[in-house]
Write a protein that binds this ligand. Structure first.
Ligand SMILES: Cc1cc2nc3c(=O)[nH]c(=O)nc-3n(C[C@H](O)[C@H](O)[C@H](O)COP(=O)(O)O)c2cc1C
Ligand SMILES: O=P(O)(O)OC[C@H]1O[C@H](OP(=O)(O)OP(=O)(O)O)[C@H](O)[C@@H]1O
Ligand SMILES: O=C(O)c1cc(=O)[nH]c(=O)[nH]1
Length: 503
């Protein structure tokens, strides 16, 4: 199996971002011979309840322009039968299984999740608090952020399985619901379930569906759910499975660029059973055409970084750095020769791959429009950052500059072609001296600087390079010349934590 479309969905590593939507792929076994369960990123089961549910009387599905309206009523065999009869066979296919869970009380949700975890083989649960066509156990739980969060909390307490909450697009304020679920420990969201809808059979003068209200799915809802995906991504920054009207690779890309990390295919499977596989081929073509190393950098590309995450990092940066041990207090001689009572030990951040990956993702989102061909950073932090940023941007080369006799230089055979587009990356900017020296070394070698970025800028706004420059965190710490340093006056011993030798 090729790995070029693999993507991280919170704690889950999916072999590709395509997920078979709940209720449209049975229990993953009905389509064998057409779509093998291990060909897609994950199979989401039909909603599972504690006891078997019979669902609504027919008719349960009616066509609608650019879509369908359904009211199956969550018919399912119950969690125990699923665990006993269906799950082993599904797991044996090598599929990643996400179990869709429904209940009439929060205790039921919790108990179903507990049994699923005990059974083994389930990668995550998707809490369906959004079925629009039942009176109990559906959208009622999404009616208030508090109720939705209480289901998440109950499930969290009963099982350690990752929890994705399937949001109701029309219930309460979905963003408020999502924030409450995030606070209660949700790992991510599916955005979104179907939209409550009514179709009338004018010959009979009756609702077309026995249940009256059904859920509208298909391309008709796609732009609505793409928008909601962007809102939930911006508000929470948590991993999202986009769902609603995905028929082609283009549709799937829309969801990714709006902030989803995986995309569900539902109604399309009914009229084109191999739609998911065709979409995967389309995604592979796109990745090859755009020269992307992975799909990671597409996530949220069209709508920018999540506000909360950006705000969190910006607003609580000093506290975060303090907590991770990155912000040192003392008396330091910095790379520039200036003195300060603070030093940012960037390796407290960079030594954690997850933290480094998450921070660089924000840099990648901030810089993707610069279209670099090479990423370059000054040693030492820049080595790691350049590599990770290039990886996430799908850029094929990354290298670093280092000091030779006190001057930044390209060594080790690193080179740029004439006019090659270079993005610079730095961990901490104090004066910007190291970055500007790197820029000069790259330009002297023939490279063209298209921009620069840094994780942390402590220059107090004084660093203003002559090319586009983006930073994640601005900190305002004082620096002094040796002669003006109050810590020197007090005789406090000085430390020189960086690797640059002064004097
Ligand atoms: C017939 C049918 C049954 C569905 N059953 C479920 C279900 O049991 N649980 C759930 O969370 N979503 C269910 N859904 C919603 C889908 O998983 C999906 O989120 C929605 O249909 C939008 O995607 P689509 O336009 O690609 O179909 C169902 C949808 C349809 C059409
Ligand atoms: O903007 P400037 O004034 O150039 O200062 C910033 C540079 O100083 C720090 O490096 P450090 O001195 O810690 O050296 P090291 O990375 O080699 O350990 C930091 O990682 C930057 O590279
Ligand atoms: O079983 C159903 O009718 C059903 C469940 C659900 O969550 N969404 C949907 O559109 N239909």
């Amino acid at each position: 199996m090729r790995d070029d479309l693999a993507i991280q969905l919170g704690p889950l590593r999916l072999r590709n971002p395509l997920v078979m939507a709940s209720g449209t792929f049975g229990f993953g076994l009905d389509y064998r011979g057409l779509v093998e369960p291990d060909q897609v990123g994950a199979v989401v089961t039909k909603g599972l309840s504690l006891q078997p549910w019979v669902g609504h009387a027919p008719p349960r599905l009616v066509e609608s322009p650019c879509g369908a309206i359904n009211a199956i009523g969550l018919e399912n065999p119950g969690v125990d039968l699923f665990v006993e009869r269906l799950l082993p066979e599904l797991v044996a296919t090598g599929a990643t299984v996400i179990a869709n869970v429904v209940g009439k009380t929060q205790e039921e949700y919790a108990e179903v999740a507990r049994r699923l975890e005990a059974a083994g083989g389930v990668a995550a649960v998707e809490l369906n608090i959004s079925c629009p066509n039942v009176k109990e156990g559906g959208v009622a739980f999404a009616a208030s952020p508090v109720m939705a969060a209480s289901v998440v909390r109950a499930v969290r307490a009963a099982s350690r399985l990752p929890v994705f909450v399937k949001l109701a697009p029309m219930a309460a304020d979905p963003v408020e619901v999502a924030l409450a679920c995030a606070a209660a420990g949700a790992d991510g969201f599916t955005v979104a379930n179907t939209y409550p809808a009514l179709s009338i059979d004018v010959e009979r003068g009756q609702p077309a569906l026995t249940a009256e209200v059904g859920g509208l799915s298909g391309p008709a809802i796609r732009p609505l759910s793409v928008r909601l995906t962007a809102r939930i991504w911006r508000a929470t920054g948590l991993p999202i499975i986009g769902s609603g009207g995905v028929e082609t690779a283009r549709d799937a890309l829309e969801y990714l660029m709006a902030g989803a990390r995986a995309v569900a295919v539902g109604t399309a499977t009914f009229y084109r059973p191999t739609a998911a596989l065709e979409i995967l081929e389309g995604l592979r073509d796109y990745v090859a055409r755009q020269g992307l190393a992975s799909l990671e950098t597409l996530v949220g590309r069209a709508v920018g970084p999540p506000e909360e995450t950006a705000a969190d990092i910006e607003g609580q940066a000093a506290a975060y750095l303090e907590r991770t041990g990155a912000l040192l207090h003392g008396h330091f001689r910095l790379s520039s020769g200036l003195h300060s009572d603070r030093y940012v030990e960037k390796f407290r951040l960079l030594e954690r791959p997850r933290v480094a990956e998450a921070l660089v993702r924000l840099l990648a989102i901030a810089c993707w429009d610069l279209r670099p061909e090479v990423v370059v950073g000054p040693a030492t932090g820049g080595i790691l950052l350049a590599y990770e940023l290039a990886r996430q941007l799908g850029v094929s080369r990354a290298f670093f500059t280092e000091r030779v006799g006190g001057r930044m230089a390209l060594r080790r055979g690193f080179s740029v072609a004439a006019g090659e587009a270079v993005l610079l990356v730095e961990d901490v900017i104090t004066t910007g001296g190291s970055l500007m020296e790197t820029a000069q070394a790259v330009q002297a070698a023939g490279g063209r600087i298209v921009g620069a970025c840094s994780l942390i800028d402590r220059s107090g706004g004084r660093f203003r390079p002559p090319f586009p420059y983006r930073t994640l965190i601005r900190l305002d710490f004082e620096t002094w010349d040796q002669a003006a340093c109050p810590l020197c006056w007090q005789g406090v011993p000085i430390a020189e934590p960086g690797s640059r030798r002064i004097g």
